[in-house]
Design a protein around this ligand. Structure first.
Ligand code: ZN
Ligand code: ZN
Length: 243
């Protein structure tokens, strides 16, 4: 474990000692996500499409939706967006429960290790300026930063930006999300070019956010883009994949 990651974890342990947390799942005092609740997290297990990471129904290792290719090389999520994990993401995102970023980054680290992904840097899906101002922090950065420390690679602050503010996507269809996000992201060519990037977000709903981040990075010359989120919303769930 790199020293900087150890230090980061100690920092949050210190915060927990000063301000003991409550479990995001069951409310138990003293832990951010207790052992019992962790066991309820429903991992997204193989076989999945080797590109988009959704469960496969038929033969082969690529789903029909990905045959034509995607702007990213692979997209994965640690688990399904339901139960205690959904509540954890909501608490991280809307209730300023920032220590959960450190906790949930452990799930991301596990996925990276399973896939033996080798990347040159980690970036967070950026928020628009207005939303960042309202919320005060970017929940994706709270996941991406400790993950970069754990992997011992640079955290690409500012490599990806969001110059255009977009509508909330909660009630949009997959196609509408794609259009809503087209051109929303921009990558810094001087830093992005020639490298493999791991793009981190909290939830994947349709994958439109990741596709557009990957398009921006590739347009800036990035070599490979992997997407990784804590949770994947099921087909029948309406979720906030909007920020
Ligand atoms: Zn619990
Ligand atoms: Zn697929």
């Amino acid at each position: 474990m790199p020293f900087s990651y150890r230090f980061y974890r100690r920092f949050w342990e210190g915060i927990d000692w000063l301000f003991p947390p409550e479990c995001a799942g069951c409310g138990k005092f003293g832990e951010r996500l207790c052992e019992m609740c962790r066991q309820q997290v429903e991992a997204l297990l193989p076989p999945v499409c080797s590109i988009c990471g959704l469960p496969l129904r038929g033969e082969g290792d690529i789903c029909p939706d990905c045959v034509a290719g995607k702007p990213y090389e692979a997209l994965r999520s640690a688990a399904w967006y339901n139960g205690v994990l959904r509540q954890s993401v909501i608490n991280l995102k809307y209730k300023r429960d920032l220590g959960l970023g450190d906790t949930l980054a452990e799930l991301l680290l596990e996925v990276v290790r399973q896939h033996e992904w080798s990347v040159d840097g980690v970036v967070a899906v950026p928020l628009g300026r207005r939303r960042l101002r309202e919320r005060g922090y970017n929940q994706a950065a709270m996941l991406a930063y400790p993950l970069a420390l754990a992997l011992g690679v640079p955290y690409g602050r500012g490599v990806l930006s969001r110059p255009r503010e977009t509508e909330s996507q909660v009630h949009l269809s997959a196609e509408e999300r794609r259009q809503n996000l087209a051109g929303a992201f921009q990558a810094d060519g001087r830093r992005a070019a020639g490298k493999s990037w791991l793009v981190v977000d909290d939830v994947t709903t349709t994958g439109a956010t990741m596709e557009n981040c990957a398009l921006a990075l590739k347009a800036a010359g990035a070599q490979r883009v992997m997407g990784l989120t804590v949770a994947r919303a099921g087909k029948f769930l309406q979720t906030a994949d909007n920020t």
